[in-house]
Design a protein around this ligand. Structure first.
Ligand SMILES: [Zn+2]
Length: 308
């Protein structure tokens, strides 16, 4: 079977849905459509909005679209059913996305968790291109990651592999994580955690970009809070470097925009904490941005058509 010329990729998040057609060879993104996620209206409305966005992208594809890849918020099993989702998408858990989208779009469908899709996208077209082993960590309102080997994401037995936001950190204080457990990395280093720490220290509630701007201007409180988050992150990434020995660790998501503030401390912590030896894990910051999910989902769908 000859490879199709184009694949449609869909990114389903708690606040927005995006879809585009991806040219199989070059990774060119064509006909990008974005729409707010009608999360409160339930899974049927979310699927309808995603199918509409995909059809709009397919309508402007220069050639035949042979497959669909989806990167979605939530945990996904090997068959493409959402097995767990947060309150951001009420009722999403239990939805068989493979069945719903293959019926609506009349083409083969591959479904990944959105951070897993980002990992594949970075490995295929982004900061991990050309690397055999990559660890891609997305730090935004939460923290997730993808372990990618030879362009394929390692999903784990239940689809949760890479959940580095929910590993324990050694901290003198107790902070509750979004998952309900205590002292997970996410509670110390995601965007809202940095904002909460700034508010607690200064009494001022301001968004992450403003905290970063103050740090760049020399504000001591802002600098200390960002440095503390980078310390927690660096210690966790040092464990990743030792455990997985990746070629590259890619940092993406909203907190990646602080790269000028955190790159150097992160590098120092990883270098001083990881096991010494030939370990060469390099830290890179992503430039693909939100396109990574669509590119990765499309790439996974293409790979599924080709078979193992
Ligand atoms: Zn957690």
């Amino acid at each position: 079977m000859s490879s199709p010329g184009y694949t449609v990729g869909i990114d389903i998040g708690g606040t927005k849905i995006a879809a585009a057609v991806v040219a199989d060879g070059s990774g060119e993104v064509i006909g990008l459509h974005q729409t707010p996620t009608p999360a409160r209206d339930g899974p049927d409305a979310v699927i309808d909005a995603a199918v509409t966005a995909a059809r709009r992208a397919i309508a402007v594809a220069p050639g035949a679209v042979g497959a669909c890849g989806i990167g979605t918020a939530g945990t996904v099993d090997a068959a493409g059913t959402v097995t767990h989702a947060t309150d951001a998408l009420p009722g999403w858990a239990g939805t068989d996305l493979t069945e719903r989208f293959s019926r609506a779009l009349a083409m083969p469908v591959t479904v990944l968790n959105d951070v897993h899709a980002i990992g594949v996208g970075e490995a295929r077209h982004g900061a991990a291109a050309g690397c055999r082993d990559a660890f891609v960590i997305a730090i935004g309102t939460g923290i997730g990651a993808a372990i990618v080997h030879d362009g394929r994401v390692i999903t784990g037995a239940s689809g949760m592999a890479g959940s580095i936001g929910h590993v324990s950190v050694d901290a003198p204080m107790r902070r509750r994580c979004s998952c309900g457990r205590w002292n997970h990395l996410e509670a110390y280093a995601c965007g809202p955690a940095i904002e909460a720490q700034h508010a607690a220290a200064t009494g001022e509630t301001i968004p992450l970009p403003e905290i970063a701007a103050r740090a760049r201007a020399g504000d001591e409180a802002a600098r200390a809070i960002i440095a503390a988050a980078a310390g927690f992150l660096g210690r966790s990434l040092a464990q990743v470097a030792t455990l997985l020995d990746p070629d590259v660790i890619v940092i993406t998501g909203g907190v990646a925009s602080l790269h000028d503030l955190i790159a150097s401390p992160l590098h120092d912590v990883v270098a001083s904490r990881a096991m010494p030896g030939p370990n060469r894990a390099r830290l890179r910051f992503s430039r693909l941005g939100t396109r990574a999910t669509i590119l990765g989902a499309a790439s996974a769908a293409r790979a599924a058509r080709r078979g193992p």
